[in-house]
Design a protein around this ligand. Structure first.
Ligand code: AMP
Length: 393
């Protein structure tokens, strides 16, 4: 049985977030609604979740010693990874010493790296994925492309939001793809995955909740990616009963293998009734921002409930909904958003601005949300609203 206490007292339920982005901000808000004491950590000050947390620490999540220091000092009841790039060896050691890592330290470790999760899913569990090879140098890279065939997709083993990712369509693309992958990885040059290109009809995120009473699924979320980064997502994605059932079976199998309680974002490519596993995040997913307006409990509320050991009831979809990421290009430490009155004049539109302190290059700074009569109308509506928003740098 879960017992929740009083923040800033000896009975407080203390939760430490490793990573404090826009997804962590919503998780922090949901935890605070249940009276938890939230400690936000990230590599820079004033990160989104820090703006709503009870206190914060600035440190690199990849610095194992610094991470251990903060966790030993704060003694949280739960350590909640919000990003992939964390010193997961330290999380494994801390778990063995009695700290509770969400959902498990092993889940954080296996999903931090494309190789860990591929080996588990494709090799141990025998689940269908794209064909793939891992390579460390250019000669092996060229050999892997020959074996897998063109087109193929190349990604650093540790990267997200499309960084370092490219699609090779002809042999002329080989040098540029290798260069991009070497420059785009989170921890510098190194190992890459070469994946056979999956010619899918559509792709989905199946939000899957492992909780004290079993497993629950949200209605499937469809999304459109550009260069490996999400642009729009919508819910529900229409799919055949057979494809949905297959996806649910695989999602349950993969998330059970990772272990622990929490919400997972399980990504699939769908072709006809064929379901091909792509990736899994053991935490809320960017495409799941749509659930801020689509469901009775958003993915953030579901994550908070699940990790606290509280029950999850059948998840109710309020209606067809869509989200559009506000990706800003430029450089500023005082970004201003204009056109909000026009964008929010439509009754179905809601907007979240993440409050990120800086943009330098390309960064997701907010999201436009809509609930409408159909998914098509919701997607059109978020696009129109987003086009009305301007930026002063
Ligand atoms: P990922 O970072 O692996 O989630 O990839 C980001 C996006 O790139 C996916 O959501 C797809 O739209 C696209 N993508 C990644 N891998 C493949 C693949 N093997 N075949 C086709 N598209 C892919």
């Amino acid at each position: 049985m879960t017992i929740l206490g009083t923040p800033f007292s000896s009975t407080a339920k203390r939760i430490l977030l490793c990573g404090s982005g826009e997804l962590g901000k919503e998780v922090a808000i949901e935890l605070q609604r249940l009276g938890c004491e939230v400690i936000a950590c990230d590599r820079y000050a004033n990160a989104p979740a820090m703006q709503v947390a009870d206190r914060s620490h600035v440190l690199s999540m990849l610095d194992g010693q610094a991470l251990r220091r903060v966790i030993e000092m704060e003694k949280p009841d739960l350590v909640v990874p919000e990003i992939e790039a964390i010193a997961t060896d330290t999380l494994i050691a801390l778990e063995q010493e009695g700290f509770h890592i969400v959902p498990t330290a092993r889940a954080a470790q296996l999903t931090m790296n494309r190789e860990g999760i591929r080996c588990l899913v494709a090799e141990e569990l025998g689940i269908q994925t794209s064909s793939y090879a891992f390579v460390d140098d250019k000669a092996a890279f060229i050999a892997a492309i020959e074996k897998i065939g063109l087109p193929c997709v190349v990604k650093p083993i540790m990267s997200s939001s499309g960084k370092g990712q490219s699609t090779l369509r002809c042999n002329d693309d080989v040098n540029a793809a290798w260069q991009t992958a070497q420059e785009g990885g989170r921890t510098g040059a190194g190992r890459v995955i070469v994946e056979g290109f999956v010619d899918f009809d559509y792709e989905i995120t199946l939000l899957t909740v492992q909780h004290c009473n079993g497993v629950s699924f949200c209605p499937p979320i469809g999304h459109r990616q550009e260069g490996g980064d999400y642009q729009e997502s919508w819910q529900p994605q229409t799919m055949s009963a057979q494809a949905l059932q297959r996806a649910q079976v695989i999602a349950e199998e993969v998330t059970s293998a990772l272990g622990g309680w929490g919400l997972f974002g399980v990504e699939f490519f769908i072709k006809g009734d064929e379901v091909i596993f792509s990736e899994v995040s053991p935490r809320p997913h960017d495409t799941g921002l749509v659930t801020l307006v689509s469901q009775n409990l958003s993915q953030f509320a579901l994550h908070a409930r699940a990790i606290l050991g509280l029950p999850i009831h059948p998840i109710h979809l309020h209606g067809p909904s869509a989200s559009k990421a506000l990706v800003v290009k430029g450089k500023s430490e005082q970004l201003q958003f204009t056109g909000l009155n026009q964008a929010m004049a439509a009754a179905d539109i809601d907007i979240r601005l993440f409050g990120k302190p800086e943009v330098d290059g390309e960064r997701r700074m907010g999201v436009v949300l809509s609930r409408h009569d159909s998914v098509e109308l919701a997607v059109t509506s978020v696009k129109i609203a987003a086009s009305k928003i301007g930026y002063i740098f």
